[in-house]
Design a protein around this ligand. Structure first.
Ligand SMILES: NC(=O)c1ccc[n+]([C@@H]2O[C@H](COP(=O)([O-])OP(=O)(O)OC[C@H]3O[C@@H](n4cnc5c(N)ncnc54)[C@H](O)[C@@H]3O)[C@@H](O)[C@H]2O)c1
Length: 214
């Protein structure tokens, strides 16, 4: 059994926590969220110890792996601390919203040979996976164009749009990842993106689509 700790007990963290609790290969030892009420509540539900200081997790030598599901702006700092303390890391996408910070992090940890997996879950979807295999085996034919349509089951909350960096940067990274997944060793040469809000006037105030020129 692998002793593991979970950071972040929001929408996706709770889902990961429940999966980890059910998986017999893992012992979910600790949960930590900056919101103490959430930590206390979910430590009971997930049958894990609650901690109010993440250093307890980093310094516990029994913890082999950490799951980072806290807000995007916390990912790099937890990765750096985790790698320094020899933890295997699963981190939710995206790594960060600043490519400069991502590259600086990569430089810092490269020589420590870290094991890090990012939460690009679509790669593990049987449909996408099978399609890629058939593409790379030449069974489907020559790939000329990729058109991806992604949808969420419900519109985003205003809170999510404010904290995540916006729907383009937070969600479209899955589409970029899928494109690269399908292309194998190839890379796209040009990206063009546009968008408009036709559903909810409140989204215009956030200016989600017009913030980021792609
Ligand atoms: N792979 C996917 O399909 C997928 C889906 C949803 C979210 N995500 C990613 O997961 C991350 C979390 O998203 P969410 O929707 O669960 O957000 P959320 O806002 O519901 O939850 C984030 C949690 O992190 C906690 N947090 C904030 N700062 C913290 C800190 N310093 N230490 C510990 N906890 C802290 C918050 O209190 C909150 O409970 C985001 O990076 C998001 O992009 C990925």
């Amino acid at each position: 059994m692998i002793d593991i700790a979970l950071f972040g007990l929001g929408r996706i963290g709770i889902m990961h926590g429940k999966n980890l609790m059910r998986n017999k290969d893992f012992n979910l030892k600790y949960v930590y969220d900056i919101d103490k009420n959430l930590t206390n509540k979910y430590s009971k539900i997930l049958k894990a110890e609650s901690v109010d200081n993440p250093n307890i997790i980093f310094k516990d030598k029994k913890i082999r792996a950490i799951f980072i599901a806290s807000t995007t702006n916390t990912h790099i700092k937890f990765i750096l601390e985790g790698v320094k303390n020899k933890k295997i890391i699963f981190c939710e996408k995206p790594l960060d919203l600043s490519i400069k910070k991502i590259n600086a992090c990569k430089k810092k940890i490269k020589n420590l040979n870290p094991k890090i997996q990012l939460g690009f879950n679509r790669r593990y979807d049987p449909g996408h996976n099978n399609l890629r295999k058939q593409l790379l085996n030449g069974k489907i034919g020559k790939l000329e164009k990729i058109i991806i349509t992604s949808r969420d089951p419900a519109p985003p909350s205003i809170k999510y749009l404010k904290e995540s960096g916006g729907i383009f940067r937070d969600m479209m990274i899955h589409d970029f990842d899928l494109v690269r997944f399908y292309l194998g060793k190839d890379e796209p040469s040009k990206l063009i993106a546009s968008g408009s809000n036709i559903s909810d006037k409140r989204f215009d105030k956030i200016r989600d689509l017009s913030w980021h020129r792609v």
